[in-house]
Design a protein around this ligand. Structure first.
Ligand code: F0G
Length: 405
């Protein structure tokens, strides 16, 4: 396992409590400092003897690959999307499709590392709050590891596919009368009491696995660094993880340029967008987040300060998109490229379009949109936004008439 230590992201103090999710001295967020020395004598292709996927990047990860809890996560396609690019006005546009992970979202990257670590420290019960995908993923990895699992979900606001997955993999599913932020407070209290090992992205091990989406993009582009990477932002763990991966690649000298990290939020849940617009390093939580993109229906993003740092320090930006723009982008991606994503994921494409239209993205930029979750996660939203099936009898003339219309 690569040498590492947990440190406070704010004050730098080394943390030795494996259950801690914040710094006992200053209350700051935690992060992991990896010992990257061994990587300084290596080149990217030295890792290629391991197939593409999360564990190809084991030297960047704080978990032992020999003891990993894995269901073959990562190794997702990076699509060259010229048809979509033509539509929205970007010449060199790619979509990294993390909906192709085992449980259908990017969360599996973090969960394989987080649950491997939980297993290493002997955790018997794992848990999380979730807008849906984290719970689906944790439930699957807990099943694989033989651990008990409890998930706390905002009642009535979790897409059908995600809820079905958490139930199916045998988690204890608790539907909280409140939003995600309130469910997370409950899960954190139980973690403080040591009733469960918390695997939300506030856990410093989880984002380490999520770094691998960036390592894969670099491999898939043969280290031709894109100008910009666009991601949806909810609890803000993923954009922070991608930034950490970039900083690590720069530290070991594998890249010298850093893409502009661009975070997209839904108009009804946009604390990061507002903070960015006023040049603030911190954000003001929103009490009543609301959006069709339920995955990012979050008003108090736990890693919000890390996300703002990621955006400022890479020269990126953060903008919001409306629910209508999200649904339009979801359909456009499906109908131009045959790629099906859930609404939150489509926010990155909607954001790309908006930024081209407003002149912030130059049409000659090389852009990667990360699409985080599979369309089948949320069939209800798709069914309500598409034309219904045409009903007909078994009469062949009637069927021919329908087809000719
Ligand atoms: N896209 C999807 C499909 C998600 O499920 C999430 C977050 C995000 C984007 C945003 O990522 O939180 O790292 O900024 N889903 C979490 C969950 C909150 O519980 O499944 P983030």
């Amino acid at each position: 396992m690569a040498a590492h230590k947990i440190i406070c992201w704010d004050c730098g103090k080394v943390i030795d409590d494996v259950y801690a999710d914040t710094c006992a001295s200053c209350g700051g967020l935690l992060t992991i400092k990896m010992d990257l020395e061994p990587l300084k004598n290596m080149r990217p292709k030295d890792l290629h003897k391991t197939p593409i996927g999360v564990w190809r990047y084991a030297p960047f990860l704080p978990a032992d690959p020999m003891k990993k809890v894995s269901i073959h996560e990562g190794g997702t396609p990076l699509y060259d999307c010229s048809a979509l690019g033509n539509e929205i006005g970007i010449k060199d546009l790619h979509v990294k499709y993390d909906g192709a992970n085992p449980t259908g979202s990017f969360k599996d990257r973090g969960m394989t590392v987080g649950v491997s670590h939980a297993s290493e420290i002997g955790a018997k019960v794992v848990g999380c709050a979730s807008t849906g995908n984290t719970s689906a993923s944790l439930a699957a990895y807990a099943a694989k590891a033989g651990m008990r699992c409890a998930v706390f979900l905002p009642s009535g606001k979790v897409a059908a596919g995600k809820l079905a997955q958490a139930m199916f993999f045998g988690a204890k599913v608790i539907s909280v009368d409140g939003n995600f932020d309130e469910a997370l407070n409950i899960a954190r209290k139980l973690s403080e009491e040591r009733s469960l090992y918390l695997l939300n992205s506030i856990n410093p091990y989880r984002p380490e696995g999520q770094k691998t989406v960036l390592f894969e993009i670099m491999d898939q582009l043969s280290y031709n660094v894109p100008d910009r990477i666009i991601l949806p932002v909810g609890n803000a763990g993923n954009i922070s993880a991608v930034h950490k991966a970039l900083v690590e690649l720069e530290e070991i000298g594998w890249i010298t340029e850093i893409p502009m990290l661009t975070g997209i939020q839904a108009e009804g849940a946009m604390p990061i967008v507002k903070a960015f617009a006023s040049g603030k390093k911190d954000f003001i939580p929103e009490e009543h987040p609301e959006t069709v993109a339920t995955a990012i229906r979050i008003g108090n993003p736990i890693s919000g300060r890390k996300a703002l740092k990621a955006i400022y320090s890479t020269g990126g930006c953060s903008v919001s998109v409306t629910d209508a723009e999200i649904i339009d982008a979801q359909k456009l991606l499906g109908r131009t490229e045959g790629i099906g994503v859930e609404p939150a994921s489509a926010a990155s494409v909607a954001g790309a379009k908006k930024l081209v239209d407003s002149g912030i993205i130059d049409r000659n930029e090389k852009v990667v949109c990360i699409c985080t979750g599979n369309a089948l996660k949320d069939p209800d939203t798709i069914i309500s936004s598409c034309a219904p099936p045409v009903r007909c009898s078994k009469d062949m003339d009637e069927i021919r008439k329908i087809l000719s219309q």
